[in-house]
Design a protein around this ligand. Sequence first.
Ligand SMILES: Cc1cc2nc3c(=O)[nH]c(=O)nc-3n(C[C@H](O)[C@H](O)[C@H](O)COP(=O)(O)O)c2cc1C
Length: 214
Amino acid sequence: MDKGAKDRPLVAIVYYSFSNQTAKLVHHLRKGFRSEGFDVETVKLVPRDRLTFPLHSVPKTIAMMLKTFFRKRVPIKEIDTSPIEKASLVVLAGPTWSYNPSGPVLSFLDKYAPILAGKDVQPVISCRKYWRTHYGYLKKKIERAGGRARDPFVFTHNVKEPWSTIGTFMTIAGINPKQHALMRKYYPRYGHNHTQLVEMEKKARDLAKSLASN
Ligand SMILES: Cc1cc2nc3c(=O)[nH]c(=O)nc-3n(C[C@H](O)[C@H](O)[C@H](O)COP(=O)(O)O)c2cc1C
């Protein structure tokens, strides 16, 4: 696609990332769209009260998991909605928290879902493993607002159980899994690997091409 800057289609990426995994995916998503001639604007959701990763506490980690199971909202700062209003595609990206969308994404949907009316919305989910309930909730909210939810791009942590669950919990609580011999052996990393980031970029390029040809 070779168009003048003012004719380029715009993609708005709305995202929240607690431990930087969605942020990494968003970086590659942006690269993919831009390489196909799309303009991309990102709208980062920022919690009103500071929420820092890691939590440095086991009780705080358990409390957060419990609250998020009941879809507790995390209030967010005001956002500039103009990129979303102008966009031909809206990407909504974020992690799964206790099977649900994260608290900041829930707050975004509570307040801003009406802007998604008439829009194509591409969910991007970063999770250890569980995404279906998360996606079901996003789809319901997007469709109730009059938007169209596309099938999600899902990225899980590519690590076997139970090491993935243990390693994710330790990392969020601020305990380095590499301090433990078994974890050193069975838990290569927290989050997404390089291959997945390359895959994200390719998915963005493919989507951009299909949007351009339509
Ligand atoms: C409070 C909390 C709850 C989580 N619950 C789930 C879950 O139910 N299922 C899952 O697959 N991952 C769960 N995770 C893991 C995150 O979805 C995963 O680490 C994701 O890659 C983080 O993305 P981010 O760095 O963009 O925040 C949870 C993480 C946190 C902090």
